[in-house]
Design a protein around this ligand. Sequence first.
Ligand SMILES: Cc1ncc(COP(=O)(O)O)c(C=O)c1O
Length: 463
Amino acid sequence: MKSVVIKLYPESAKILRHNRQYIPGGIVSVNRTADPEICFVRGDGPYIWDVEGNRYIDYHFAFAPHFLGHNDPYVSEAVRDVIKSKVSLFGSGPSRLEGELAELFCRYVKTADSVQFVNTGSEATSQAIRLARAVTGRDHIIVVQGSYNGWHNDVSCNLMTPLSTLGPRLSPGEYGYASISAGVPLAHRSLVHIVNFNDLESVRYVCEKYPIAALITEPILQNIGVVKPQPEYLEGLRALADALGFVLIFDEVKTGFRHALGGYAEICGVRPDVATYGKAIANGYPIAAVAGKKELMDWFVHPEPAKRVLLAGTYNAHPVPTAAAIATITRLAMNDGEVYRHVERLGEKMEGGLAKIFRSFGLQAVVARQGSAFCIYFMGHCPTDWHDLATNHNFADDNSFRQALVRRGIYFFPLAAKQCSICFAHNDEDVETTLQLISEALSEVFDELSNQPQRNLREAASD
Ligand SMILES: Cc1ncc(COP(=O)(O)O)c(C=O)c1O
């Protein structure tokens, strides 16, 4: 099958030009800036359509919330029902829906004694860190290089930091706060300590130097692809938190509900003190959660006002996303894990198919995968931390490959090292078509059967 190659996006360009008159940059989240800039207008299951009428098999899913697929019928019906029911956002007293969602959440997320709902992952991580500071009476925190935890001052740093800024690997040691935003006060930066993933020695080193309230990390780094914890790493963090008295926060905004109903904590068997959730919890509707051990969560309603952690929000547990979350969790729990079995099977098929293609091309490339989440790295092994990835992955080839795929109607977000997601609505044919088009795209980027010399692209990591 030879695909149609999409080349031009004139209508998208027109919309962007229009938007730029009123919105700085023309797009409401800077993270959505992409090359090519395409305006999408419709999503159904695993497919999205752009304004020019081109259809794509989606693997981006808006940075991963649509785990069931776009506009999943079960979730959409729950949303229609709640709107029809005339339940509104009352903003006074408890709501039945929030209680129903909380009960469902705690039934499946076994590591959570209780839960609070907010609107976004950034709100959730901000609340989790504030809670940790209140409980420990300490101000300093540890953030992991390559873990994205939101846009607020504590964590808007050290994602894909160029190694020229970061410097060589330090272990034990810490890296400087490399802000991904202007406007973070210097005083605030001094409270944030950066260590690499999979590096317990540096956690211990930092804890010996500063009073650490919390360590926050994605349990799998899924904002730089799929970088998995090494055996004993998460257990080691748990042991250090217990020994040194800091709060262990798992940021499960990307891993939660995607890898298991109980999040990655259920899979790895390590219980964080507090965890944050978002994205797949409501299949694309805006709701997020902070959950954890009762003795910490109760600080949100501490009887002493001076110790009470303020958790408030006009839109918290708005009925529309709350109904969507109830429907999503209910759907995920149906038929004894049918959703998880399906995406694991397709994930395996994708991984196996890719390995075959890489062999046939004689290409130095690997697939890192956890269930439905995967990433292709143009290097000889799966990376274990940002230094490893930034040193060895071929970012320029990855960008070219992704753009060649987009031109063929396969939507991998066109930015190197970004994670791809399989959803429940994908089927075998989608994966087969994708593999075929990946072969074509690789042929365009690489000479078949001749492994191009891997360029050293340290600087490209700043893309
Ligand atoms: C792991 C993780 N934590 C937190 C966030 C922030 O969530 P939000 O964009 O909903 O504020 C993200 C967003 O991509 C994320 O991937």
